[in-house]
Design a protein around this ligand. Structure first.
Ligand code: MG
Length: 366
């Protein structure tokens, strides 16, 4: 019985891209900083990739159109993303995090799960370890992080999000269901606006209310998603923390709200999809050998095309070139487009880029 309880950390680096930019240029400290596409004085296309807490006070957030961000906060410092730099820093940080864990799972460029079950005997030891880890990251990298501590991955992830930045949130051992009961259902990863509205209509606002809904009912409402929801709300989710394998492929698809006949619109959307796909590749530290497209016409007739490149790359130009070449075939089609997508496959992990490390400025000692 002694080891029936697991202790999982979810570590989330605070405003990671902006923090790394601030280490490179300390003058940015305390300023509203936006990492994203060029705002071009308010007419720029593309989105906010990340922003500082100071920028968030102006209502900015990641995913927002850059033109809107510029209207809300023209005085912010706008930077193009330097993924090479972020990735290099991430690899160093993850190496340190891995040393603290029995089992380790990187979730994204700035998030990881650590299973520390065998390293701590009780809540106070767990808190101590988490606080040591925060101090270590600050001392070695000048970076702050928020940590959630819980009995499984989903509860730890929810917890880390409750207090930011530099937060430390522990779910008391054996009291996770009570801890979550008063919180709004929107704290659960995967519950978006739609699901929240649906649940609200059923009179379910808090996780506690969700806990009292029978699993059968949730499955009836959400299918497979209902199983997940039940497991998370009742703290029964029991997924292992483990190193992730390289995915087989990554893709980004866009469905048009109304079928499109104007081919230049298709090209625009493809271009955005390529940018998004490259961003995700870089965050996952992957490069690709094969590029592909998917085209669906109204009536669900679907075509896919692929092209193998001369060598592995994580480049956006190479992807755009390949995709545009593949797309040509459909240019003079008379049928309206319903969906287009881009896909990369034959992926592999990139090794650490040593060139950008030389431009690194050591952070001030704490
Ligand atoms: Mg983060």
């Amino acid at each position: 019985l002694a080891q029936s309880y697991r202790t999982i950390f979810h570590v989330d680096l605070d405003a990671f891209y902006v923090s790394v930019e601030t280490l490179r240029n300390p003058k940015l400290r305390g300023m509203p900083v936006v990492v994203g596409s060029d705002p071009e004085g308010g007419s720029g296309r593309g989105v906010v990739v990340a922003c500082s807490y100071e920028a968030r006070e102006f209502g900015l957030k990641s995913g927002m159109p850059i033109s809107r961000a510029y209207r809300l906060c023209p005085e912010a410092v706008y930077l193009r993303p330097d993924f090479e730099l972020y990735r290099a820093k991430s690899i160093e940080v993850m190496k340190v995090l891995r040393e603290y864990a029995e089992a380790f799972e990187q979730l994204s460029i700035d998030e990881a799960f650590l299973d520390v079950t065998d390293k701590v005997k009780n809540d106070s030891e767990a808190l101590q370890l988490a606080s040591d880890l925060q101090k270590a990251l600050r001392a070695r990298f000048g970076l702050s992080c928020s940590i959630g501590i819980g009995p499984n991955k989903s509860s730890a992830k929810i917890a880390s999000d409750l207090k930011k930045p530099n937060g430390l949130t522990l779910i008391p051992r054996g009291r996770a269901t009570q801890f979550f009961a008063p919180l709004n259902v929107s704290v659960i990863p995967g519950i978006g606006k739609k699901t929240r509205a649906f649940l609200e209509e059923k009179g379910i606002r808090t996780v506690g209310q969700l806990q009292s809904v029978p699993g059968k009912q949730l499955i009836e409402w959400f299918g497979k998603g209902g199983v997940w929801l039940w497991g998370v709300a009742n703290v029964k989710e029991n997924l292992p923390v483990r190193e992730r394998n390289t995915p087989k492929s990554l893709s980004v698809e866009r469905t048009f709200r109304h079928d499109v006949t104007d081919f230049s619109k298709v090209e625009d959307v493809i271009q955005d999809a390529c940018a998004e796909l490259i961003r995700r590749l870089k965050e996952a530290n992957l490069e690709y050998l094969v590029a592909g497209i998917k085209v669906r016409f109204s009536g669900f007739e679907t075509h896919t095309r692929e092209k193998k490149l001369p060598g592995y790359t994580s480049g956006q130009e190479a992807l755009l070139d390949a995709v545009n070449l593949l797309l040509k075939e459909f240019k003079n089609s008379s049928r309206p487009f319903r969906l287009v997508g881009v896909r990369v496959s034959q992926l592999r992990r990139q090794t650490i880029p040593t060139t950008s490390l030389s431009s690194w400025v050591e952070p001030d000692s704490p």
